[in-house]
Design a protein around this ligand. Structure first.
Ligand code: MF3
Ligand code: CO
Ligand code: CO
Length: 282
């Protein structure tokens, strides 16, 4: 006799924040580790003269060789396995034929799907030795992301995460990009909620924007992925419809982890197994 197995409900983006069961942590660990290993792999290839398309080719091959899917290929018409954002590009830089130059700083962002679960992570890399100012921006952006991650525990709020990030970034005179945010993650790539990287700011019309006071609960999964600019936070989009640059052309940096709220604190799903959490400064 054949047993009829009913499929689970398909995963859909919900208006409420999902609280995932314990088994889902295992799935996120697997997906998150593969995404992190992919960035570990690519770090040896970042050098002056290498094109960002060549890096993307290596990333796509790595993901497929590990029987995973790229969450970005086919996402809203995007065609690449990574976003590679150089210097004043804030995010969603499209891999292409331009070779890296000595002193470039770049964010490489990969999102993979393993057994239906998403791992989404990005880090900064350097082609050769960066300038002192670029280095300070990269270090501060990493510290700001980790301050956000370390604010995660049951009972804290999303605003606490934003405050930790904003405080760290602004203490160095840098600014937090407001136009992009982290997101819920799991079986859906970009789920509820939007995870903003500020506690509060006033826009150019004087309107005050506040991060939501929503409390964190065990089983919530989301990304923390602050984009920090050396200058003003304002964004401009290039004609390709994807690339977001700092309007004032100042340098921009970003790091991203996928995390889960545990009973007592936070689990980072996308830690680097090789310990390559920050770029070596040659
Ligand atoms: N990886 C990005 C994020 O952190 C999303 C990139 S979507 C793409 O959410 F289509 F631009 F790839
Ligand atoms: Co993300
Ligand atoms: Co990402």
């Amino acid at each position: 006799m054949t047993e009829i197995v009913l499929e689970d409900e398909p995963a859909v983006r919900t208006r409420t924040i999902k609280r995932h069961p314990q088994e889902a942590f295992d799935s996120m660990r697997t997906a998150g580790r593969l995404a992190a290993e992919c960035l570990d792999m690519i770090s040896a290839h970042v050098a002056p003269g290498v094109t960002t398309q060549a890096l993307d080719d290596l990333i796509r091959a790595f993901v497929f060789d590990h029987n995973a899917l790229s969450a970005t290929i086919g996402y809203r018409g995007y065609r690449h396995a990574s976003c590679i954002s150089l210097n004043h590009v804030i995010c969603h830089g499209i891999p292409g034929p331009k070779p890296l130059k000595k002193g470039d700083i770049l964010n490489i962002d990969v999102a993979v799907v393993v057994d239906g679960w998403h791992g989404d992570t990005s880090r900064m890399f350097c082609a050769g030795e960066p300038k002192v100012k670029a280095r300070r921006l990269v270090d501060t952006t990493y510290d700001a992301m980790m301050a956000g991650v370390n604010a995660v525990r049951p009972g804290a709020t999303f605003r606490d995460i934003g405050r930790a990030i904003q405080t760290r970034a602004e203490s160095e005179g840098f600014s937090v990009v407001r136009d992009f945010c982290g997101h819920g993650i799991g079986q859906i790539f970009h789920d509820t909620p939007n995870v903003v990287h500020y506690a509060e700011y006033k826009d150019r019309f004087g309107a005050v924007h506040q991060a939501p006071d929503i409390r964190l609960e065990p089983g919530m999964f989301f990304t923390i992925e602050p984009m920090i600019n050396e200058g003003r936070p304002d964004v401009k989009f290039l004609k390709d419809g994807w690339t977001a640059v700092a309007r004032d052309k100042s340098l921009s940096a970003q790091f991203e982890h996928s995390v889960g709220v545990t009973e007592t604190g936070v689990e980072i799903f996308t830690l680097s197994p090789a310990g390559l959490h920050k770029p070596p400064y040659a």
